[in-house]
Design a protein around this ligand. Structure first.
Ligand code: EPU
Length: 438
């Protein structure tokens, strides 16, 4: 049974949506519960696949996971070994399982991690993760079905400098260092708002973590952690996606629950393009104020720079802006592949291998198409779209909503992975879209 989404474009999206809890925090906070001896309560849970994957893996390891209207209740008092075959059943489902490494090494002395999944937006290696785990004292063996890790003795704090401020590797260090013996110094750490929220969770559990200047984090290991009570921060990536949908369709959307501080770089770019927004205590209203949208130069970067996950939805907006916009993707080497199908809809996007904004990135002089020149405004016409990845999929949805005529989106389950109830939210905003099951 496959599903496709028919979108009849050309109508402005108008109304209110409530932003969900952050996809890139909640599963990690669930993994953190594994470190605590008691019960953890996590609220503001989005109904997306990663939550089910992590719940399943936690249960296999003896954690009681209960969900009710208020959120998740996780009891990690009785962590136990899991059957490797059962763990392998989760192979390819998500990127989160690798973060079970440190917590399981602390609780059981060993861990088995299945093969990872996640969006196809680059090679997405995990070399930093295994390098830091071995620095803590773990031994690592790769098997065809996954990776087996052992802590021959209590893991020890260490000095780490990441080659690149990876979000996942920073989380790996945090989730491992909090119960390691002694102090861990992490340099060149990522500092995304979701990481800060994870640090808040760990601090509530009894961890000692100091975020210093220059992306340095100091963690003093403790002997035991407790459960926590935490409300996940709102999903700034989802909020920005709705903001782009408002601007591209000449609409007006109030994103209830959106917060300004984690979105400052996005809000700057949104304003430069010509979008209007207003922040109040409950959320942020985004709208097209009329007149021409303006071309901009956009470079993605680690926080506090412009987040890579905002790039694809905003690029669709740039197809509607007058003049030449330049986009330089510096976080993932393959996050501009989605532009080909936008060109088939009438956009004018020329991809390049060079670092077009002038600041060389890791992908300089490689064969990776990681820059683009977008020439606009272009009239978009409905087309057949094959969702390539989560954010690329939402970008196609925006293009389809802004286009004249009907578009068909295939591979919709990828959008479901990160946008809770997006069909219901689209309907609330007046979109003319229907899901067809074949
Ligand atoms: N990298 C390595 N080696 C590693 C780890 C990362 O070379 O061991 C490289 C990656 O290949 C990439 C860069 O470092 O080029 C950044 O990767 P990072 O580790 O920061 O990404 P991640 O932890 O795998 C999370 C989010 C992504 C988000 C990035 C960057 C989750 C589940 N995923 O991925 O979210 O783009 O951080 O902020 O938290 C999305 O939501 O659509 C999404 C892809």
């Amino acid at each position: 049974m496959t599903q496709r989404l028919m979108v009849h474009g050309g109508n402005p999206l108008e109304g209110e949506v409530r932003v969900s809890g952050a996809k890139n925090l909640v599963p990690k906070a669930m993994v953190a519960a594994l470190l605590g001896q008691g019960v953890s309560h996590l609220t503001n849970i989005p109904d997306i696949r990663d939550i089910h994957v992590v719940s399943g893996l936690l249960r296999l390891h003896g954690v009681t996971v209960h969900q009710d209207d208020s959120g998740l209740i996780l009891d990690a008092s009785h962590v136990r070994n899991a059957n490797v075959e059962d763990i392998v059943g989760h192979a390819g489902s998500s990127r989160i399982p690798i973060l079970f490494s440190g917590p399981l090494l602390h609780r059981l002395g060993h861990a088995f991690i299945p093969g990872l999944g996640g969006c196809d937006i680059g090679g997405r290696p995990v070399d930093f993760h295994f390098e830091v785990l071995s620095q803590f004292g773990a031994t690592i063996e790769n098997h065809p079905q996954g990776t087996y890790l052992v802590a021959p003795q209590r893991l020890r704090g260490t000095k780490i400098e990441l080659p690149y401020p990876s979000v996942g590797a920073t989380e790996q260090v945090l989730l491992t260092a909090v119960l390691a013996e002694g102090v861990t110094e992490l340099r060149n750490a990522a500092a995304e708002p979701e990481i800060v929220d994870l640090i808040c969770v760990l601090q509530k559990m009894g961890a000692i973590i100091t975020m210093g200047a220059d992306r340095t984090i100091l963690i003093t290991g403790v002997d035991e952690l407790n459960g926590y009570n935490h409300r996940a921060l709102p999903d700034r990536l989802e909020a920005a996606s709705w903001a782009c949908a408002a601007l591209a369709t000449k609409g007006d959307i109030y994103v209830k629950g959106a917060e300004q501080w984690p979105m400052m770089a996005f809000l700057d770019a949104f304003r430069k393009v010509g979008g209007a927004f207003e922040v109040d205590d409950e959320g942020i209203r985004f709208w097209h104020p009329g007149g021409e949208l303006k071309a901009i130069v956009l470079e993605t970067d680690v926080h506090p720079g412009f987040q890579t996950d905002w790039q694809q939805p905003l690029l669709v907006v740039l197809t509607q802006a007058a003049g030449l916009s330049i986009v330089h993707e510096t976080v993932y080497e393959s996050r501009l592949g989605f532009t080909g199908e936008l060109n088939q809809m009438g956009a004018h996007i020329q991809p390049y291998n060079e670092c077009l904004t002038g600041s060389p990135c890791r992908f300089e002089r490689t064969n990776h198409t990681h820059s683009a020149v977008v020439s606009g405004p272009s009239k978009l016409i409905g087309g057949e779209l094959h969702v390539p990845d989560l954010r690329g999929g939402f970008a196609y949805l925006i293009a389809a909503l802004a286009a004249e005529g009907t578009s068909t989106l295939h591979g919709i389950d990828l959008i479901d992975r990160g946008y809770e109830n997006f069909m219901e939210k689209l309907r609330d905003l007046g979109a003319d879209a229907e899901m067809i099951t074949d």
